[in-house]
Design a protein around this ligand. Structure first.
Ligand SMILES: [Zn+2]
Length: 168
C-alpha cells in the first residue's frame, strides 16, 4: 500500500474533508478541466514537458468526477514518466479488471492512490468519532459518504479494505 496520497495531503495542508482534490492538483501544478467527453470516457491525463492536464467528463456525477480526478492525479504522481497520455475509459474504482488503454497494474495503483486520497483512514476515523457513526449501519455509511463526497460504493470498498467493516 502506498502512503503517497496521505503524505501529499499533509504536506499541502489539505488534510480535511471533503478532500479538496482540485486544490491539490493546483499545488502540483496540474491543470484540471471538465469537458463534454464521450460517456465511456471517465477522463484522462496528458503530460508533456511543460504541462500536465487532467480532463474529466463533465457529464458524470460530481462524486465520479472527484474520483476520476484523484485517479488521474495518481497517474501524475506515480507514473508520469511512463507515457504522455493516460486515457481512462469506463473507470472501475474497485476491480483489477479494468478496461483501459494501459496495464492493469498501473490502474490498480492509481485507484489505490485515489481511494487513499479521497478517503484517508485518519479522516474516516475522525468523522466516525465526531458524528458518532456506526458504519455497520447503511444510513451511517451514507452519512460518511456525504461528508467525504464519494460514492457509497467506493466508500464501502474502502471500508472493507481498511478492515473497518467486513463483507458478508
Ligand atoms: Zn487510469
Amino acid at each position: 500500500m502506498n502512503k503517497k496520497a496521505s503524505a501529499l495531503l499533509k504536506e499541502n495542508s489539505l488534510f480535511s474533508y471533503p478532500v479538496d482534490v482540485k486544490k491539490l492538483a493546483k499545488k502540483l501544478k496540474v491543470i484540471v478541466s471538465s469537458e463534454d467527453l464521450e460517456d465511456k470516457v471517465s477522463g484522462f491525463l496528458a503530460v508533456d514537458d511543460d504541462n500536465a492536464t487532467i480532463v474529466v467528463n463533465s457529464n458524470h456525477h460530481e462524486n465520479r468526477k472527484r474520483f476520476t480526478m484523484a485517479h488521474e492525479l495518481g497517474h501524475f504522481v506515480l507514473h508520469k514518466g511512463k507515457m504522455p497520455l493516460f486515457l481512462d475509459t469506463n473507470l472501475k474504482f474497485y476491480r483489477s479488471a479494468v478496461h483501459s488503454e494501459h496495464s492493469a497494474e498501473i490502474e490498480m495503483e492509481a485507484n489505490a492512490f485515489a481511494a487513499e486520497l479521497l478517503m484517508p483512514k485518519l479522516l474516516i476515523e475522525k468523522i466516525i468519532e465526531t458524528y458518532d457513526l456506526d458504519i455497520t449501519d447503511e444510513y451511517d455509511i451514507y452519512q460518511l459518504s456525504k461528508k467525504l463526497k464519494v460514492s457509497e460504493q467506493a466508500l464501502t470498498i474502502r471500508l472493507v479494505k481498511l478492515e473497518l467493516i467486513f463483507p458478508f
